[in-house]
Design a protein. Sequence first.
Length: 79
Amino acid sequence: MNSTGPIENWNNNPTEVGPLYPFVGWEMLMVVVCLAFFLAFMVWKFATENAKYAEQVQNLRASNDLSKAPDIESKDLPE
C-alpha cells in the first residue's frame, strides 16, 4: 500500500497524488467476499428459521393447540 504523504499544495492533479484510500485495487475482491458472506449468512438464517418454525408447528400440533387457534373469538383477545 502506497502512502500519499503530506499534501503541500491542494492545486495538484489528483492522478499525480496517488490513492487517497487504503486497499486500492482490492475493490472487486472485497465485493466478492462480501457477496459470498451475505449469501452464506442468508442461507444459514433461512435454514435455522425454517427449522425453528417447523419445530414450533410440530409442538403445537402435538399439543393440539394449533387446531384451537381459529376458534379464538374477539372477546377472548386482550384489549
